[in-house]
Write a protein that binds this ligand. Structure first.
Ligand code: AMP
Length: 346
């Protein structure tokens, strides 16, 4: 029996169904309490993950429309990250499907966070993901600020950039997909030294009327001038976002002056990104190769920005190639975790 999901609105009823047995069905996905059951009318092999086998711990972070908690799978004691999304919200439902499609079809790809399963229970979707024990780059920046060393070094940033570009190259070339939300909060790290891109659910628009100014800014601060200016945008937009992320990590502060957590001004920020010259890195402080790398990512004209695979050949990344200069990225993440421990339980 299909439950009328229409008590909220007509739109809800027409866009998905919930059955009495606890099944979520929308477009190409059928999801049950016991996980993804079918995709495109074809049954999929079950992972055997059960909600009752998960023990939930602290909140790791909040996205625009979700909550992420650390969890332990009790039978195996494996640590997991579980993203919890309320599917009664239409915008969130659409984001969820977008994210699921990317996660499901990119399993085992090393530059994207691994996806285990998605479970549905009582109006909430639980996306079960690999736990990245170093948190996000935003967490790393915050830890650096709390400890007084506000910026990240070039050896760290070059490795980080190379790994993010690996992920973007996969998304752009193999999947013909623009990520659309590359920013420190969506770049995750672990103590094995891996860096992975997460959060594939963002739509072009903000989905909620309740989004506040700070959220608006948080979501738009890394967007390219062409995108903010309402022009067509594509893969080059993700390259711009990586450039802004690198400048912020190198300088220890977000490059546009209108963005301060005390008094952010969304309209001034948008105007600055669209009209001002792009941020640059000083060659007095940084290597010319790094400054050049960032300048290429932040070319105001998208057609002049190199593609991800071209940037992967840039001398700055070659200078910091692990084969030439070994660097223990995992040890770096471990040190940051230790710094972060007193401030944020994890
Ligand atoms: P998201 O909704 O994907 O943007 O996630 C929001 C925040 O939750 C991120 O900025 C991270 O701090 C945290 N987070 C998300 N996914 C994971 C994960 N797989 N492992 C650890 N932390 C995560």
């Amino acid at each position: 029996m299909a439950l009328e999901a229409s008590s909220e609105s007509l739109d809800l009823a027409s866009s998905f169904t919930l059955s009495a047995s606890g099944t979520f069905a929308k477009e190409d996905f059928v999801i049950k309490r016991s996980g993804i059951a079918a995709i495109n009318h074809t049954e999929v092999r079950r992972t055997g993950l059960q909600l009752q086998d998960l023990e939930f711990f602290e909140v790791l972070g909040k996205g625009a429309s979700s909550l992420v908690r650390r969890a332990v799978h009790k039978p195996s004691q494996a640590q997991l990250a579980v993203k919890i999304i309320n599917v009664f919200d239409k915008g969130k439902r659409d984001q969820l499907l977008r994210e699921l499609r990317t996660l499901y079809s990119s399993q085992n790809y090393p530059w994207l966070v691994a996806f285990h399963d998605c479970l549905y229970d009582e109006g909430a979707m639980y996306i079960v993901l690999e736990y990245m024990d170093g948190g996000s780059l935003a967490d790393v920046l915050q830890a650096a600020q709390l400890t007084g060393s506000s910026a990240l070094s070039e050896p760290v940033l070059a490795r980080l950039a190379a790994r993010v570009l690996g992920g973007l190259n996969y998304l752009h070339v193999d999947r013909h997909q623009v990520h659309r939300d590359v920013k420190p909060g969506n770049i995750l790290l672990n103590t094995a030294g891996e860096v992975k891109i997460s959060d594939f659910g963002l739509s072009a628009e903000l989905d909620s009327t309740t989004e506040m100014c700070a959220t608006f800014i948080g979501t738009h601060a890394y967007m390219s001038p062409e995108r903010l200016g309402g022009k067509p945008y594509s893969f080059a937009s993700d390259v711009w976002s990586l450039g802004i992320t690198l400048v912020e990590c190198a300088d220890g502060q977000y490059p546009y002056s209108s963005f301060s957590s005390a008094n952010p001004n969304a309209f001034v920020l948008l105007s600055q990104i669209i009209n001002d010259p792009a941020p640059t890195l000083s060659t007095e402080t940084f290597s010319p190769a790094f400054a050049d790398f960032v300048a290429r990512c932040l070319h105001k004209e998208p057609e002049h920005r190199p593609q991800a695979h071209e940037l992967l050949e840039h001398p700055w990344l070659r200078m910091h190639d692990d084969a030439l200069r070994p660097f223990d990225f995992g040890a770096f993440v471990l040190t940051v975790n230790e710094l972060r421990q007193p401030h944020a339980p994890r």
